[in-house]
Design a protein around this ligand. Structure first.
Ligand code: AMP
Ligand code: MG
Length: 388
């Protein structure tokens, strides 16, 4: 059995990132950029008016109107001292423009304008290349592509982008007691929930997963895991990894020669978690208890998925908070408690059983308490891992 930090360090020490692939820009949202993007153009590509108004040349108050320049006009215009052009936001400013006078401060006749107030040189002109010079680094490799990044890349004229592939993920659920929601519930059975929990956790983290159900039977368990490893980068199992007579996952991964990284973590919940590697695939066997399965997913599996996808800030964000009430910690295991952090104060939720999800529903963090017995007082500073 290993400690929480050791388990996480072992997972994160495997830095293998999947190959890069080129995708259409719009498909790249949520992926990690696999190349530095240097701007292929100046941005903006020409000096633009930032206002609807007049492009003026000179320091005087009166200007003669030479004409009109609309946004998108590709002609070149130029001004002499004392002249102006009617101009609109986004239009190319004429040569020798000293400033744009916004129309709100201008009195105009058909031929002339008079400024009601002074306009400082350079006002309301977006200069050529003021955001990015041609060749300048626009977005760094390893950045998660969000809508703003997509817009910036489109604004640079790019229609395709190189990203790291996302891992193929398989979720395998074990347990003969499990009934699909929507069916009758015979006494002795429970509704199956882990596939829903895990698949939605995968989805809300920006990835996809397929689901398979397998009976509590050694041969089926082994063959389903075998084919999942062959066809996926990440295999997540739920249940069947404990020491019961019908827990076949441990024996199956052993017979399949999956290289064990660890089995059992000195934690509550989720002690019987297993992690192994085979043929480039990462195998995670999570305990069947619903809260334990989700805790282990967030704490260990998600960082592994992120590493494979090229994320460089993988893992749950760590911070500290003050306990809102005293807490007596008992036992040799470290705790990951479902909790809520608000304004730097953290409250431990009632109902921490690994079988219970209710306390997870409104949790926004895990409160991390190290192994051993300890009496915590109100306002003690404790470590917290924020849920994504
Ligand atoms: P196991 O790890 O297979 O011994 O399962 C531990 C506990 O979790 C048992 O009470 C199971 O009934 C429950 N459990 C296992 N798998 C699921 C699942 N997919 N959905 C809901 N509960 C589950
Ligand atoms: Mg089971």
């Amino acid at each position: 059995m290993i400690e929480i930090e050791e388990a996480l360090a072992l997972i994160l020490s495997n830095k293998t990132v999947l190959d890069a692939t080129t995708v259409d820009l719009i498909e790249s949202v949520g992926f990690i950029l696999a190349e530095d993007i240097h701007s292929p153009i100046h941005l903006p590509p020409f000096s633009q008016s930032a206002m609807d108004g007049y492009a003026i040349c000179g320091k005087q108050n009166h200007f003669d109107i030479k004409g009109i320049i609309k946004a998108g006009d590709t002609s070149s215009y130029s001004l002499n001292n004392g002249e102006c052009y009617r101009i609109f936001t986004g239009a190319k400013v004429p040569e020798n423009t000293t400033a744009i006078a916004k129309q709100e401060i201008v009195n105009s006749t058909e031929k002339q304008i008079t400024l009601q107030e002074q306009v400082k040189q350079g006002t309301s002109i977006r200069l050529l290349g003021e955001e990015l010079q041609k060749g300048e680094l626009a977005i760094r490799k390893g950045t998660k592509i969000n809508p703003a990044a997509i817009g910036l890349l489109a604004g640079l004229g790019l229609e395709k982008v190189k990203v790291f592939q996302k891992p193929k993920i398989s979720i395998i659920v074990t347990g003969d007691e499990l009934i699909k929601p929507g069916n009758d519930l015979p006494s002795g059975k429970i509704f199956e929930s882990n596939s829903f929990t895990l698949q939605s956790a995968v989805k809300s983290s920006g990835f996809d997963a397929t689901i398979q159900h397998v009976a509590d039977d050694f041969e089926s368990t082994k063959s389903v895991i075998d084919s999942a490893i062959k066809n996926n980068d990440i295999v997540i199992l739920s249940g069947g990894i404990s020491v019961g007579d019908y827990d076949f996952v441990g024996k199956a991964v052993e017979e399949l020669n999956v290289e064990k990284v660890f089995y059992k973590i000195n934690q509550k919940p989720g002690k019987p978690m297993y992690h192994g590697l085979k043929d480039g695939a990462k195998v995670f066997a999570l305990p069947g208890n619903p809260a334990a399965a989700l805790t282990c997913f967030y704490f260990y599996v998600l960082p592994a998925i992120q590493v494979m996808s090229g994320v460089t800030t993988e893992g749950l964000q760590k911070t500290t908070a003050k306990l809102n009430e005293s807490f007596l910690k008992k036992g040799d295991r470290s705790f990951l408690l479902k909790a809520q952090i608000i304004d730097g104060q953290v409250a431990i939720h009632k109902g921490q059983s690994s079988a219970m999800l209710s306390s997870f529903v409104n949790a926004n963090c895990f409160l991390y308490l190290k192994k051993g017995n300890k009496s915590y007082q109100k306002n003690d500073v404790v470590e917290v891992f924020l849920l994504p």
